[in-house]
Design a protein around this ligand. Structure first.
Ligand SMILES: [Zn+2]
Length: 295
């Protein structure tokens, strides 16, 4: 801990934001730290992204500024070991990505609302847990991986559908959404699969009046979108990037400490730092919820 640090002392258990935002560019000064103009330049040694432009946390030690660090002592008090607290702490960032998208960018949904999560990777699984914790009336998930389909249920999805299985039966995903919402459609759609070119057309056929579309997944393809549906159904589309700012890390830590969400259930493989390459090889197989590497 450096001498200029005010709020962290040696021995504190912490987790860190991944975006090393500068705080002085226009985007940061407007409060949009997830859109800091200094995030993407690998030659910028001061600011950027941990694990992208800067060496990441696959090391025994990593140095970050105090401003990106959040204490996880509330989680530690709620779980039985340091190990479990650190595992939860490692999942604050991906959970915050979903939180930021659904609740900061899109402004959330009302308790009782029907929420559809497309894709049940770590971000989609976090979105499912958050939707449940925030009082969604029904949480409906779409996923093709057997492991992730099971995890979607564990995290709180009321319905989990496999688009490939549906296709074999000649059923489109939007039809299932309309079935389980009694024809009313979804109040919030969260795209966490990175395949909006196939998912957005399904969303457009299953929108409640006043629905919100939240785009988290990243995809290089253009998306066909019939805008008149947005007018007729009074729909808004929100693009979201990042996890920093807005008190999001603190709120996610509080949700974990309260037991209202338990993201550690999505960890299906654990590797030592010395086994990191194996972890990446396993990651390519897409057979896990989340893989964790521990120093
Ligand atoms: Zn900035």
């Amino acid at each position: 801990v450096g001498s200029g640090v005010k709020n962290i002392k040696p021995g504190d258990m912490v987790t860190s934001e991944e975006m090393l935002w500068c705080g002085t560019c226009d985007a940061c000064r407007y409060g949009y730290v997830n859109h800091c103009v200094r995030l993407n330049d690998p030659s910028d040694t001061e600011f950027g992204e941990l694990g992208f432009t800067h060496d990441g946390a696959m090391a025994e030690y990593v140095v970050v500024r105090e401003r990106y660090v959040w204490k996880i002592d509330a989680i530690r008090e709620a779980v039985s070991s340091d190990e479990k607290a650190f595992e939860a702490g490692s999942l604050v960032e991906p959970t915050s990505v979903s939180y930021h998208a659904m609740f900061n960018r899109a402004g959330g949904f009302k308790p009782g609302a029907y929420v559809v999560i497309w894709g049940a990777g770590p971000i989609g699984l976090a979105a499912i847990a958050l939707a449940k914790a925030a009082g969604a009336g029904k949480v409906i998930a779409f996923e093709i991986s057997p492991v992730r389909k099971e995890l979607a249920k564990v995290m709180g999805a009321d319905y989990v559908f496999d688009p490939i299985e549906l296709e074999k039966k000649g059923v489109e995903p939007w039809e299932r959404i309309m079935d389980v919402t009694s024809g009313e459609g979804a109040d919030m759609h969260v795209e966490a699969a990175g395949a909006p070119h196939v998912i957005v057309p399904q969303m457009l056929k299953s929108l409640a009046v006043g629905a919100k579309i939240v785009q988290i997944g990243r995809a290089p393809k253009e998306v066909p979108m019939y805008l008149e549906i947005l007018q007729v159904r009074r729909v808004q589309v929100f693009g979201s990037q990042g996890h920093s700012g807005w008190g999001t890390f603190k709120n996610v830590i509080r949700l974990m400490a309260s037991g209202k969400i338990n993201m550690t259930k999505i960890i299906t493989s654990r590797f030592k730092l010395s086994e990191a390459l194996e972890a990446f090889e396993r990651g390519h197989k897409r057979i896990d919820g989340k893989i964790t590497i521990k120093p």
